[in-house]
Design a binder for this molecule. Structure first.
Ligand code: ADP
Ligand code: MG
Length: 725
């Protein structure tokens, strides 16, 4: 009888993994931090004063870059990179796939004597021309014009990528089509930074504060899973879809809560230390590491930075985790839901605004004046979130994140803002004709009769809210672990810029009638909170009551990406992005098409992989087991013994296999009824028609996993993948 014992070999290999000794375990953080990036400070030291002055104007004031300056900068960069062993350079960009892309060119130019010199000009630095035909353009680039342009982003430092056989220089760039339409994530991000800066500075002026620049700050908490590669390569679903498409729940899941914040397993710690070392060298300020809720789930979080740098760093962080994990025989899974029935992974995006002097605009201040200002910006965020729930939901919409949102572990798909009991109380009192007293102790006196006291520390914690105020920043918790954070930041920056803009206008008008600034502000804030209070919710976001309450409040409940995405091109959104020059109508339409297409492609891969696992792995294993059971039944009977045990087992397994067959048949039938050809409509059809059948197929397979002989089962099971560390 042929037994499938290969799975046990896999298990043996995974459990006997031995570390490769790598000698020196010392790490001088301050010495290595940033050694693989050329910062503006580093450039300054390498540039003549006049050139530096020009570059500084470009970076800090947005002045166009002169080609002779670019030439000088290019030489400085090239010298720096070559001193560190680099042979090539690449324009590093972020196409709308959500990943990063690069095409390498050597610094080498042959000279007449048959030798070669290293060259890198200002033109090479500022602009690249990769063949863009294979990147998604959503109709923005006619096929006859395959060219795309990459353009240097001087606000993000260049960095070195090292391999044991060589090193190259990576230059962060934006990526656009021949006619200048953005084909990437960076361009709108940079534009949204400008929009927010303009409006925030205008608001600060009303408060009598003159600031050079205001920029959004972002810090992300990245969750991920680690599984042994031995298992990974035996799971076609992990390899193609980044998540398990089948697999029965382990008998012991996360119920014990013994993993969360537990001591980090040895191999995992080694991996983390090496990954962090690389990140430090890239100047990425990683700060926190710990075990997460699910077995084999972990978190890494850097200290916040300005949002453009944070977005680049977030991409590098994901790449580094994936790359370094392999060195430890592990695979890093960034998918939002790698294991059904086990906690999924998110990426908490902490967002605030800071002035160039490092003053956090969402920090309740120490003087009445500062607190009025705080309430203004806080109010702007609430107003923005209320008006643009759809955009926030769209910014995190993906096939992967759908498995997380709304399941009882992650924020619901309904957008709401948690503000804490004290702030809610203050808002209520403002709405009811001024603040009399504050509910709780530990408050910061505003010393004004018109405006309320503010909590010194909003210590409240609510894990069920998609968007929570956590004392001096907002935490957007619904972001998916696998996604680029750029578009969520673009949305936040733009909707809040608009809200600030509108509040400024209201305040300017109010001041004309009511010369007392405080009273005028109180009136404007009252108006703001009364319009948008419905978005505030401090209760349990997982509860059924909230679903009903949210419906009563007319809040959007866009359950899946297929429901959310089509709203991207609503007039409201086209106007918003157009007004603040962040995305043109064409650019928005192309994004809708690309993201809908990605949704459909993801599902198509999942369908094909599930089908193939069912037919080529589960079916054969089950049939073999049925054969063995039938023989047992027959022989038992021949011996004149009671065969009821094996008979009922045979019955059960056979029924399970029939269920699987029926579900697969259903899938074929449903696929024939898919009619749409536009990606957005296709997405809707896939969601509505195919997803339910996929669940049936999975249920049938998971059922069989519980009954088919363990040594026949061809796929590594949850208990192995999650508990071998
Ligand atoms: P947790 O949410 O788990 O309690 P923390 O509150 O310490 O963790 O911080 C989470 C993340 O928020 C970190 O990346 C941190 O740097 C970031 N953060 C803190 N302050 C700000 C801010 N003003 N703007 C943006 N991000 C911030
Ligand atoms: Mg957090």
């Amino acid at each position: 009888m042929p037994h499938t014992t290969r799975r046990y070999d896999t298990l043996a290999a995974a459990t006997s993994w031995k570390p490769v000794p790598n000698g020196d375990s010392r790490m001088e953080i301050t010495e290595i931090f940033g050694e693989n990036i050329l910062t503006l400070q580093g450039l300054k030291e390498r540039l003549p004063k006049s050139v530096w002055g020009e570059l500084d104007k470009t970076v800090n004031e947005g002045k166009p870059l002169n080609i002779s300056v670019a030439d000088a900068v290019a030489v400085a960069m090239k010298d720096w990179a070559i001193e560190r062993g680099a042979t090539h350079y690449t324009h590093w960009f972020q196409p709308l796939t959500g990943a990063t892309a690069e095409k390498h060119d050597s610094f080498i130019t042959p000279n007449q004597g048959g030798g070669a010199v290293a060259e890198f000009s200002g033109k090479d630095l500022i602009q690249g021309e990769p063949d863009a035909s294979s990147f998604p353009s959503g109709g923005l680039r006619p096929t006859f014009e395959a060219r795309g342009y990459t353009a240097w982003d001087p606000t993000s430092p260049v960095f070195l990528v090292e391999n044991q056989n060589g090193t190259y220089l990576a230059i962060p760039t934006a990526f656009a089509s021949y006619v200048g339409d953005s084909l990437d994530h960076k361009t709108p991000l940079l534009r949204s930074i400008e929009a927010l800066d303009r409006q925030a500075k205008r608001a600060l002026k009303l408060f009598g504060v003159d600031e050079k620049r205001v920029v959004a700050t972002v810090g992300c908490e990245q969750e991920y899973f680690l599984v042994d590669q031995e298992f990974f390569y035996r799971r076609p679903d992990l390899m193609t879809a980044n998540r398990t498409l089948v697999g029965a729940k382990p008998p012991r899941g996360q119920e014990m809560d013994d993993h969360y914040f537990g001591s980090i397993p040895e191999r995992v710690l080694s991996f983390m230390l090496e990954a962090e070392k690389e990140l430090y060298r890239l100047g990425i300020p990683v700060k926190t590491r710990h075990n997460e809720v699910a077995p084999s789930q972990y978190e890494i979080a850097p200290i916040f930075e300005t949002c453009n740098i944070a977005a680049d760093h977030q991409q590098l962080l994901m790449l580094t985790l994936k790359r370094v994990a392999k060195k430890y025989g592990l695979e890093c899974l960034l998918h939002e839901k790698p294991f059904d029935g086990v906690n999924g992974s998110g990426k908490h995006l902490n967002w605030s605004m800071a002035t160039s002097n490092g003053i956090n605009l969402l920090e309740p201040g120490e003087s009445p004046h500062k607190n009025m200002q705080f309430l203004f910006f806080f109010g702007a965020v609430i107003k923005a979130v209320y008006k643009h729930q759809d955009l926030l939901r769209i910014s995190i919409a993906s096939a992967g994140n759908d498995h997380r949102l709304g399941a009882n572990e992650a924020p619901p798909a309904i957008m709401s803002a948690f503000v804490g009991e004290q702030l809610e109380d203050i808002i209520e009192q403002m709405l009811n004709g001024g603040v009399k007293e504050s509910k709780k102790g530990g408050l910061l006196g505003l010393g004004t009769p018109v405006l309320p006291d503010l909590p010194l520390h909003a210590g409240d914690r609510n894990r069920t809210s998609p968007f929570a105020f956590t004392g001096n920043k907002f935490e957007f918790r619904a972001v998916g672990s696998d996604q680029s954070i750029s578009f969520p930041i673009v949305v936040l920056n733009t909707i809040i810029a608009e809200a600030i803009d509108e509040l400024c206008t209201s305040l300017e008008e109010a001041i004309e009638d009511e010369p007392d600034f405080e009273k005028a502000l109180a009136e404007v804030l009252k108006q703001t909170f009364s319009e948008s209070r419905d978005i505030i919710f401090n209760g349990d976001g997982y509860s059924e009551e909230w679903q009903q309450e949210a419906e009563k409040r007319n809040l959007l409940n866009l359950r899946t990406a297929a429901d959310a995405l089509p709203k991207l091109t609503d007039k409201k959104n086209i106007d918003l992005f157009g007004n603040y020059k962040v995305l043109s109508k064409r650019e928005i339409e192309s994004r809708l098409e690309i993201w809908a297409e990605q949704y459909v492609t993801t599902l198509t891969i999942e369908i094909d992989t599930t089908e193939s696992i069912a037919k080529t792995m589960v079916y054969p294993a089950t049939v073999r087991y049925i054969e063995e059971l039938s023989t047992a039944v027959k022989q038992t009977k021949d011996l004149g013994l009671d065969a009821s045990g094996s008979e009922s087992m045979l019955q059960t397994v056979n029924n399970g296999l029939n269920d699987l067959g029926r579900a697969l048949g259903k899938l074929r039938d449903v696929q024939k009824t898919i009619e749409a050809d536009k990606p957005v409509e296709l997405a809707g059809e896939y969601r509505g028609k195919i997803l339910p059948v996929m669940t049936e197929i999975r249920d049938a397979i998971d059922f069989l996993e519980r009954y088919v002989a363990d040594d026949y089962w061809p796929l590594p099971v949850y208990r192995e993948m999650l508990f071998v560390k």
